[in-house]
Design a protein around this ligand. Structure first.
Ligand code: KG4
Ligand code: ZN
Length: 360
């Protein structure tokens, strides 16, 4: 089984070809960093136009790289949500047109499900498993019970973890995306204890008994610290310790929620799964300090930690093609009048959370 995947939901234009034997035959990603850098974030209209400009060329290159012909492809999968709707439409319509011209099935992929299923492409992970989804748009704890069946146990009430990295970086005058910049500067700090003491930051919702997150207070606390620094261009001596303190605060917040979720997972699914796993997915999972803390937690709790290779953590089309394969194997194809979904929760039955701009 061979599937072509297309990803255009944010600022990556991507095409990939993957087989049901878990071979990634090609995986091409164009990151639109320069187009958005001057604005300090992704501009939806620019993203959509850039997808339109490059997608057909990238698909052609993905087919060429894979050394297979279009005729050998069994289905076309594209992200149909959640995401920036202009970009989603570009990828979805291209996929529908190709599926129709080649007379093969079209697969409408939920971008979050694609992140959630990536560990099954790279690792032998069996259902049910626990997921920490940490990206620029989402921070959630979920259980994957099966393809298409997820339980959301926790979500952010305001900003996502990646958003907290990005917005804090902007406050410090660092370029977008902020996560990798903050990680680089934090790694330069030799005396972490001194950095935490100089720039103390809160651990949001520590005393709540849920698996929910909140990151906007952390970002505001970063702003307060930045305001105490001398005006003008900030020096690395000032910013690096603040980055170290922020990374630590985000890591600790994620760990405390995961610990709670692991206990609940063991109670709920303990008997069903002899090799329980925590899977960390989404762009923020590229952060090595966060991976290290999660690794320590999983060792302590006797869980396998699965974190995809870095190029499969951030947005890519191999994960879209793989989600397509998982769905195709179950006979789940989609009609050509499928409507793109700007919002598309993985667990539609999850209790709504009341907070400003909930990223559910
Ligand atoms: O999953 P992703 O590529 O896009 C979506 O949001 O769907 O995630 C992008 C997010 C950005 O907020 C970026 O700052 C963050 O992932 N990120 C990181 C790192 N690399 C990317 N955050 C922390 N450390 C990193 N190394
Ligand atoms: Zn993503």
């Amino acid at each position: 089984m061979i599937v072509l995947g297309i990803e255009t939901s944010c600022d990556e234009t991507a095409a990939a070809i993957v087989t049901d034997k878990r071979d990634i035959l090609s995986n091409i990603v164009l990151r639109q960093l320069e187009e958005h850098a001057v604005y300090g974030g992704v501009v939806p209209e620019i993203a959509a136009r850039t997808h339109l400009e490059h997608l057909d060329r990238l698909i052609r290159a993905a087919v060429q790289d894979s050394k297979i012909s279009l005729k050998e492809i069994d289905a076309i999968a594209a992200t149909c949500g959640p995401g920036l709707i202009g970009g989603v439409l570009v990828g979805m319509m291209t996929a529908k047109a190709m599926a129709s011209a080649l007379n093969i099935p079209f697969l409408a992929i939920n971008h979050l499900e694609a992140h959630a299923l990536t560990p099954r492409l790279t690792d032998d992970i069996e259902f049910p498993y626990l997921i920490l989804l940490v990206s620029g748009g989402h921070t959630q704890i979920l259980v994957a019970e099966d393809v298409g069946t997820y339980r959301r146990w926790g979500t952010t009430l305001d900003d996502a973890a990646g958003e907290c990295f990005d917005k804090s970086a902007k406050l410090m005058g660092l370029p977008y995306p902020g996560g990798p910049e903050i990680e680089k500067l934090a790694a330069k700090v030799k005396d972490k204890a001194a950095a935490l003491e100089r720039f103390p930051l809160p651990r949001p919702m520590q005393h709540h008994k849920s698996c929910d997150f909140s990151f906007s207070g952390l970002k505001s606390a970063v702003r307060t610290h930045v305001e105490t620094l001398p005006t003008g261009a900030l020096t690395e001596n000032d910013i690096a310790p603040l980055c170290a303190s922020l990374q630590e605060a985000i890591a600790e917040t994620l760990i405390s929620r995961c610990e709670r979720a692991i206990l609940r997972f063991k109670e709920t699914y303990g008997a069903q799964n002899k090799n329980p796993a925590l899977v960390v997915v989404g762009g923020v999972s590229a952060n090595k300090a966060i991976r290290k803390s999660l690794d320590a937690l999983c060792r302590e709790q006797g869980l396998h930690l699965s974190a995809a290779p870095l190029e499969l953590c951030t947005d890519n089309a191999a994960m879209i093609a793989w989600a397509g394969i998982e769905r195709l194997k179950k006979g789940l194809t989609d009609p050509l009048d499928f409507k793109a979904r700007p919002r598309w929760p993985l667990d539609p039955d999850a209790e709504p959370r009341h907070g400003a701009g909930v990223k559910a």
